[in-house]
Design a protein around this ligand. Structure first.
Ligand code: HEC
Ligand code: HEC
Ligand code: HEC
Ligand code: HEC
Ligand code: HEC
Length: 201
């Protein structure tokens, strides 16, 4: 009887540790698979990157109410939305230098880029893998009807479907997974095509 009991006691920590390790590995695998095939954004989202200039959509798209398409000029016609060139910013900032110190110093940086004729290397926030084909144009054209936005909708209501309330963000961050399951779910719900070749070359 004695040796058995000893063996049992000895094996207890092994079983416990083994169980713990299995749980951790299993949990990790499930987490990775879930992050890949499903889309709880908390699992996959990255923090907003620190941009070369502290430009905010809160000032421009929020307070000033500048239309999204004024800066993202190709969004209604092309695949990509487009990021404005420095010259487009200088339309206003040749004159507007900023009142408060923190804003003025950031605007001064912008004016330096312009004076040196240097492009700003904005860090991309949303990026699909190369094997996926996404086009803004068709979404901007079709979503107002699909979402039932009515006749005189504002363009940002369309953008916010995928990008959230950009005009309230001090720093742009991704708020929707935009993973395959996310794309396909909306397509399925709205009779948009779900064949592989629609999204993959
Ligand atoms: C005054 C110009 C301006 C206006 C107006 C503007 N944006 Fe932007 N937007 C930018 C610039 C510059 C960037 C790149 C820097 C950054 O990410 O903050 C950007 C970045 C973005 C990004 C992230 C792009 C990426 O890297 O993935 C999204 C999404 C976006 N804008 C959507 C919008 C929407 C929606 C509106 C309207 C509500 C809007 N923008 C209005 C200038 C503008
Ligand atoms: C159906 C979802 C969806 C909608 C609606 C949408 N976007 Fe996007 N947007 C994306 C995805 C996905 C990407 C990343 C594309 C890639 O990496 O090829 C992206 C990327 C961007 C970018 C950065 C890259 C680029 O294309 O220049 C900007 C800026 C942007 N979107 C602005 C807008 C604006 C402005 C609107 C509204 C007029 C809008 N988006 C509406 C899904 C959407
Ligand atoms: C239609 C005019 C207009 C355009 C176009 C414009 N801005 Fe501004 N911007 C302003 C005004 C007005 C302010 C607020 C100044 C203040 O509060 O003193 C501002 C503020 C800023 C600030 C201070 C931080 C903030 O966001 O409040 C930065 C940085 C800036 N702009 C960069 C840019 C960049 C980069 C572009 C081009 C992508 C751009 N602006 C395009 C009018 C404009
Ligand atoms: C909010 C709903 C919604 C989301 C999210 C969405 N789509 Fe779409 N998509 C649509 C609708 C609606 C159409 C238009 C279908 C039609 O009428 O032809 C469309 C069309 C397309 C087309 C063009 C199909 C054609 O007819 O040529 C492609 C490609 C596409 N989407 C890719 C994507 C990708 C990739 C994503 C995810 C990153 C995505 N979509 C996310 C609703 C959505
Ligand atoms: C509406 C758009 C859409 C359709 C339709 C679609 N995909 Fe995707 N797919 C995506 C997007 C976006 C990604 C990249 C994001 C991700 O990894 O989920 C992706 C990623 C993938 C990947 C790469 C996964 C990895 O390991 O990185 C494979 C494989 C794939 N899709 C296969 C398919 C097949 C097979 C079909 C048809 C049954 C299909 N897709 C239909 C949008 C789509």
């Amino acid at each position: 009887m004695r040796p058995d009991r000893k063996l049992l006691l000895l094996s207890l920590p092994v079983v416990l540790i083994g169980g713990l390790v299995a749980t951790i590995i299993g949990g990790f695998v499930i987490w990775r698979v879930a992050a890949h095939y499903f889309y709880p954004l908390e699992l996959i989202a990255k923090a907003a990157p620190t941009q070369p200039i502290r430009f905010t959509h809160v000032t421009h798209a929020g307070q000033l109410g500048i239309d999204c398409t004024f800066c993202h000029r190709t969004v209604t016609e092309e695949r990509t939305a487009g990021i404005p060139a420095v010259q487009q910013c200088m339309f206003c900032h040749a004159v507007i230098k900023g009142v408060e110190e923190d804003k003025a110093s950031e605007i001064a940086k912008l004016q330096e880029y312009a004076a040196n004729d240097e492009p700003i290397d904005w860090i991309r926030v949303h990026r699909l893998p190369d094997h996926v084909q996404f086009t803004h144009e068709v979404h901007i054209r079709r979503l107002p009807e699909v979402l039932g936005l009515g006749e005189d909708f504002q363009i940002q209501a369309v953008c916010s479907t995928c990008h959230g309330k950009i005009w309230e963000m001090e720093e742009v961050r991704q708020v929707r997974a935009l993973k395959m399951g996310d794309c396909v779910d909306c397509h399925r719900a709205n009779n948009a095509p779900t064949d592989c070749v629609i999204c993959h070359y």
